[in-house]
Design a protein. Structure first.
Length: 72
């Protein structure tokens, strides 16, 4: 999760601007995402932190999910 403004700022620095990088669209997508998190359908990962921590948390979540699925 990241605020749309911060996400746009990061996108501008990478030069990877695309069709979906519009503030209104990002705000709508974030609202939907946060609603799915609230309902327990998705997990919240704080993307305001350095990329290495975001990736690490993401992999940790995926590994734990796979372990729990394997155990039935």
């Amino acid at each position: 999760d990241i605020e749309p403004e911060e996400g746009l700022k990061r996108i501008r620095t990478t030069g990877r601007w695309g069709f979906y990088e519009k503030k209104g669209l990002l705000e709508a997508a974030r609202r939907i995402y946060l609603e799915l998190v609230r309902r327990g359908e998705l997990v919240l990962i704080d993307a305001r932190r350095p990329l290495e921590l975001v990736v690490s948390d993401t992999w940790r979540y995926v590994e734990n999910l796979l372990r729990s699925l394997a155990q039935g």
